[in-house]
Design a protein around this ligand. Structure first.
Ligand code: FE
Ligand code: FE
Ligand code: ZN
Length: 276
């Protein structure tokens, strides 16, 4: 079975979001770990978490993915922003130890003129402060489009971060199809080549999730504008090859396409029909 879900917002708790995912034909989902505008994250309700566990188990959910807020920049040049990011990362990881949510994804960050080397070292330092040997959550670095001063615009940069982390077995990667295409990896004409490169530089054993998005822009644009499935430059044929690729097909796929719930339900249905 294709493991697929979409980005949903947690407004009424985790039981409600699981039911919402099911109603869309999904068997997983992604959600923001906290309000993207920052601030304290809401405390967990044990009853709600229990209900979430039950639904996930009964319906054979794939791993659910928590996405850190976009404002969490571990390699900002501003110490206050960095401190906030470090605290958010730690708090988030503590929170998810008490939830049936084993994947936590974040944008490595933007070095804002400090240089990619400095960015990589700040990100690795933050991970070494926050990640512990016994946690169950795997922390995923997202592949980025290379907009502005984003770190993680190529596989080598992600590899360099991982190399500097102490508990490497707790670190993985989430591959965003729009972002890698934007970063210059031609997953339309050379999917096998891109996957081989990923394996060579990072290792496929570190790939835990895929953000499945079409792109409003051609390969190598560094723009990061997601498009609906089949309506962008990646296209339905290439996306069909991605979900069916032998090295990817068992991973959880998460849609972050510009859709309302009705649109997500249609994309999920379409992609399930294309999964062989
Ligand atoms: Fe993201
Ligand atoms: Fe993404
Ligand atoms: Zn994006």
């Amino acid at each position: 079975m294709l493991n697929i879900g979409c980005h949903l917002s947690v407004s009424d708790g985790y039981e409600a979001i699981c039911k919402e995912a099911l109603s869309l034909g999904a068997n997983t989902f992604q959600f923001f770990s906290r309000n993207p505008r920052g601030g304290k994250s809401a405390p967990l309700s044990p009853d709600d978490v229990k209900a979430m566990e039950d639904i996930m188990q009964k319906n054979s959910f794939a791993p659910v993915l928590a996405h850190a807020s976009y404002t969490m920049n571990l390699c900002s040049a501003d110490e206050k922003v960095r401190d906030f990011a470090n605290r958010a990362l730690k708090e988030d990881l503590e929170k998810f130890e008490n939830m049936p949510c084993s994947l936590y994804n974040f944008h490595p960050g933007s070095h804002v003129g400090q240089g990619v080397e400095k960015g990589i070292s700040l990100i690795a330092d933050a991970l070494n402060q926050a990640v512990n040997e016994n946690q169950k959550t795997i922390v995923l670095l997202e592949t980025m489009a290379g907009k502005g001063s984003e770190v993680g615009r190529c596989f080598e940069e992600l590899r360099e971060i991982i190399d500097r982390v102490n508990f490497k077995e707790k670190i993985g990667v989430c591959l965003d199809t729009c972002h890698v295409f934007d970063a210059g990896y031609d997953i339309v004409n050379d999917l096998d080549g891109v996957i081989a490169k990923f394996d060579d530089i990072i290792g496929l054993e570190r790939l835990y999730a895929v953000h499945l998005n079409d792109s409003k822009n051609p390969v190598n644009s560094h723009k990061d504008r997601h498009e609906k499935i089949g309506e962008g430059y990646i296209g339905l044929e290439a996306i069909t090859r991605i979900i069916n690729h032998e090295k990817l097909r068992d991973l959880p796929f998460f849609l972050e396409t510009p859709n309302d719930n009705q649109g997500y339900a249609e994309e999920i249905k379409l992609l399930r029909s294309k999964y062989i």
